[in-house]
Design a protein around this ligand. Structure first.
Ligand code: 2AM
Ligand code: CA
Length: 258
């Protein structure tokens, strides 16, 4: 398991160094639209290739599920990759984005890494091995309720998403906590919940590669993760609530009648 984590960290650091260099020379980035409000650049694609090459060098038979190039191969072991989570930040020159990699075997996540190449922070976890920031153990915060908590969220930026439902949740939760952040990289929101920098994170309409690594890191740091309706999180779940146990329960109780 730690062998998987070591390769994931190596792949994330290689891609992260490449992405950080590109960020310093942003005039050379070529961006394209994948759909309304959804962007990809040549750097996302090249970073993804660096990650895949690093994994394939050690594990040529494993399968890949990557945001930009989709699914390759057929194996019980699948590497779930987001080469740049927070592409909009990256393209705007906002230094808040990450490389996210999770290793899944028969549906169970065994190892995960989220690397912020600007702050040089490596968040990682292995199943049963706890969660770390660089090499130091991290834990979720210990607030018992939403009172005094700071949460992160993501807005429903896609045109087909239900803004009304999102706003009902916001209206219910916002008055109960201190404040809400929208930083634009779901993987880092999850990593920050694991590190106790945030008390919780909720969003609708995410993809597997945004959350696969962060979920293991939050759980290994003692947090709870579910979909926003309170059901256990499944691979294909789109909405998420991740929080420390007390905040998770208070959030769920507060939105149960929405
Ligand atoms: P991405 O950069 O890998 O696409 C947060 O809302 C999540 O949604 C991010 O993790 C981000 O992942 C994705 N996202 C895609 N387009 C976005 C946009 N226009 N604004 C904010 N987030 C976006
Ligand atoms: Ca991405």
């Amino acid at each position: 398991m730690n062998a998987y984590k070591n390769i994931a960290v190596r792949a994330a650091e290689r891609a992260g160094n490449f992405v950080a260099k590109a960020f310093a020379n942003r005039d050379r980035i070529i961006a394209q639209s994948k759909g309304p409000n959804d962007f990809v650049s040549n750097i996302d694609e090249q970073a993804e290739q660096i990650i895949i090459d690093t994994i394939k060098h050690s594990y040529p038979d494993h399968a890949i599920l990557a945001e930009e190039s989709g699914q390759h191969g057929d194996s019980d072991t699948v590497w779930v990759i987001d080469p740049i989570d927070g592409t909009t930040n990256f393209l705007m020159g906002i230094p808040h984005f990450a490389i996210s990699i999770a290793v899944r075997q028969k549906g169970k996540t065994l190892a995960a890494v989220i690397y912020d190449p600007i702050k040089d922070e490596v968040f990682s976890a292995s199943n049963g091995g706890g969660a770390q920031l660089n090499n130091t153990r991290i834990r979720v915060s210990d607030k018992k309720k939403l009172d005094n908590s700071v949460l992160a969220t993501g807005f429903p930026f896609r045109s087909n998403q239900d803004l009304g439902e999102y706003l009902r949740y916001f209206e219910t939760i916002f008055p109960l906590c201190i404040d809400m952040r929208r930083a634009g990289a779901a993987s880092l929101d999850l990593a920050y919940v694991a590190a106790g920098r945030l008390d919780g994170f909720w969003e609708f309409g995410l993809s597997e590669w945004d959350t696969a690594a962060g979920i293991l890191i939050v759980k290994e740091a003692g947090g709870f993760v579910g979909d926003i309706k309170g059901s256990p999180f499944q691979e294909k779940s789109k909405s998420i609530l991740a929080a420390n146990p007390g905040v998770f329960k208070h959030f769920m109780k507060s939105v149960k009648d929405l």
